[in-house]
Design a protein around this ligand. Structure first.
Ligand code: KG4
Ligand code: ZN
Length: 343
């Protein structure tokens, strides 16, 4: 691989859902990480794919430009362009991948395709001013996002084995759909997190799934909450308004409990005690605290990403690009964006 006098400089581009991100990483060190969020979806209670693609189109050039400026890097200094190939919304992915391909052609730079879920995991390897400690290999990563819930054994930056995953809804979906039932706007995960802080997590009891092995299920919880709220609001129309923090805390407690039970089983089965968290739901304060506590109880080394790398961001795409570049794992113009793209 060509290493310039400036080292290896990777431009990362992320556009898999509703955040347009661009970041610069130089030799594993983060120089800039810019993101444009799309507020437009709030009004619809979920991400509208067509609107997301249009917003990516508007945002991508200014966000990439901002990332280069903040990093004080010119586009000619870039060693390679890493972009999210998938999984995600195809219209959104096409905007980022087409932009990356066009830029790579114009600058005559190599392209690197990145799996979004691998990006969430490798966010742990980003070096920045927070000097967060990095996990030693092998580690187990619980990746919890709006679209995925996975238990992954990570043996190196390029070796992954999924040992458990959801058979229906993702953990983030469980947060967002529960929030919707409580009348909260999208995305409801952060709102439940906030409300839960003043609620009693044991006020209401919700059902837990019986799923074999290390797999998860969250669709039953949603149905359980829906019927519970229907019955209670029939008796008292103000039930939700009067119990909002307790409802949020009890729902959050249930989701965290489901996640941690499987995480403990995964650690026992594999004997691995390096445990990391990744994905949007890892921003949840209750989950972060519960993992720290479980770490103390089980003698785990726990790795929790800084908030900036929990939800979708391009720094995680750039760091993955960096490790793929080091491994000589480059892509080409013929590769298409993929809505489904297994780890
Ligand atoms: O990783 P991410 O940004 O996008 C996907 O790849 O899906 O994750 C988004 C998900 C949403 O479901 C959102 O509600 C959830 O992460 N989320 C949270 C919190 N922050 C984001 N869920 C619970 N508590 C939070 N603080
Ligand atoms: Zn994500």
């Amino acid at each position: 691989m060509a290493v310039t006098q400036n080292g290896i400089i990777i431009l990362g581009i992320e556009s898999s859902c509703d955040d347009t991100g661009a970041a610069i990483i130089q030799d594993g060190v983060l120089l800039s990480n810019c993101v444009a969020n799309q507020q437009i979806h709030e009004a619809y209670g979920g991400v509208i794919p067509e609107l997301a693609s249009r917003a990516h189109q508007q945002n991508i050039l200014p966000v990439v430009d901002q990332a280069l400026r903040q990093a004080k890097i010119t586009k000619n200094q870039i060693s390679a362009i890493a972009y999210t190939r998938g999984p995600g919304l195809i219209g959104s992915l096409l905007v980022g991948s087409s932009f990356a391909k066009g830029l790579a052609l114009a600058l005559e730079k190599p392209l690197i395709e990145v799996n979004h879920m691998q990006g969430h995991i490798l966010a742990h390897l980003i070096q920045d001013e927070t000097q967060n400690k990095q996990p030693n290999f092998p580690f187990i990563c619980l990746t919890v996002s709006g679209g995925h819930t996975q238990l992954v054994v990570v043996r190196s930056p390029t070796q992954f084995e999924i040992i458990g995953e959801t058979i229906d809804d993702a953990a983030g979906e469980a947060f967002d759909k529960s929030a919707k039932l409580l009348g909260l706007p999208y995305p409801g995960g952060p709102l439940i997190d906030q409300l839960a802080q003043t609620g009693n997590p044991h006020q209401f009891k919700f059902s837990q799934p019986q799923v074999n092995g290390l797999n998860f299920s969250f669709s039953g919880l949603k149905t359980n909450i829906m019927y519970f709220l229907k019955a209670e609001t029939n008796k008292d129309p103000q039930f939700i308004a009067n119990h909002l923090p307790h409802l949020a805390a009890s729902i959050q407690f249930t989701i965290i409990d489901i996640l941690l039970k499987k995480l403990k089983a995964a650690s026992q089965q594999t004997g691995i005690k390096n445990i990391a968290l990744a994905g949007g739901v890892s921003a949840n304060k209750g989950l972060r605290a519960a993992l720290v506590q479980a770490g103390q109880q089980n003698n785990w080394q726990v790795f929790i990403p800084p908030f900036a790398y929990c939800t979708d961001n391009a720094a995680m795409i750039a760091i993955t690009g960096y490790y793929k570049y080091l491994a000589g794992d480059l892509s080409n113009q013929g590769v298409s964006a993929s809505a489904r793209y297994p780890l």
